[in-house]
Design a binder for this molecule. Structure first.
Ligand code: G3P
Ligand code: MG
Length: 237
């Protein structure tokens, strides 16, 4: 039985500040072959890595990313909220992040949160090509079908992943021919995996932080496990 790929959700985010270069480097250091991250576009159409649409929760600033320039965003500290030892971490751009692939060959799962601008989508696709992993490719995921279709319109070869609970997205994935579905682990069972595989699709689960359940998902045939606890999950393989 094939082992699922372990994907570090927002980097090694259980121990390091989520969606920072620090968390990504630590995920690579513990051997994660794949890293999930979230992106937004700034007011000046730079693609930056952060989960929320505002900087309020994970930085020392306030405001919506879409209304701030990259220069303004770069002044913020996104490490100190997690612990004083992480003070000084800055919001990474997608370019800075994907550049980590050049030396490590790690694959990224780039989750588009909100950006509708065609320019941002074109930039994102160009970056995927500039820093592609050898012998593979990065994946683009989103809860937003339109965002995925925008990526496909720029480059039909980018592997796409629809996010949502399994009962809702399996049909959508078939209709739109998305190669990956990514669902909350509690919504994925053997029937879901069998149905997806019968359609030739692959199944990811988020955010599964219980190493003791890893073998259960191996038996179900899940293809990728997205987790905040990358090192612990790799040890459970
Ligand atoms: O990629 C899976 C997961 O990241 C989706 O939810 O809110 O953590 O981005 P969220
Ligand atoms: Mg995400």
């Amino acid at each position: 039985m094939l082992k699922p790929i372990v994907e570090a959700h927002r980097g090694y985010s259980a121990r390091y500040p989520e969606n920072t270069l620090c968390a990504f480097r630590q995920a690579i250091a513990v051997g994660a072959p794949s890293i999930e991250l979230d992106v937004h576009a700034s007011a000046d159409c730079e693609i930056v890595v952060m989960h929320d649409g505002t900087v309020d929760r994970t930085s020392n600033g306030k405001g919506a990313i879409a209304q701030m320039t990259l220069a303004e965003l770069k002044k913020l500290d996104v490490g100190a909220w997690k612990g004083p030892e992480f003070a000084g971490e800055r919001i990474p751009t997608l370019a800075e992040t994907l550049a980590l692939t050049d030396a490590s060959n790690v694959a990224f799962n780039v989750e588009i949160k909100t950006f509708a601008s065609a320019k941002a989508v074109e930039k994102l696709v160009a970056l995927l090509h500039e820093h592609a992993p050898r012998g593979g490719s990065h994946v683009v995921s989103s809860f937003d079908v339109n965002a995925l279709l925008q990526v496909r319109a720029v480059d039909p070869a980018v592997p796409l992943c629809i996010l949502g609970n399994a009962d809702k997205i399996l049909h959508q994935a078939e209709e739109m021919d998305f190669p990956w579905i990514h669902s909350h682990f509690a919504t994925v069972n053997g029937d879901v995996v069998a149905a997806a595989h019968a359609q030739g699709r692959r199944v990811m689960i988020w955010t599964m932080d219980k190493p003791a359940l890893f073998q259960h998902y191996v038996r179900l045939g899940v293809d990728k496990v997205c987790t905040n606890c990358a090192a612990e999950m790799l040890a459970a393989q």
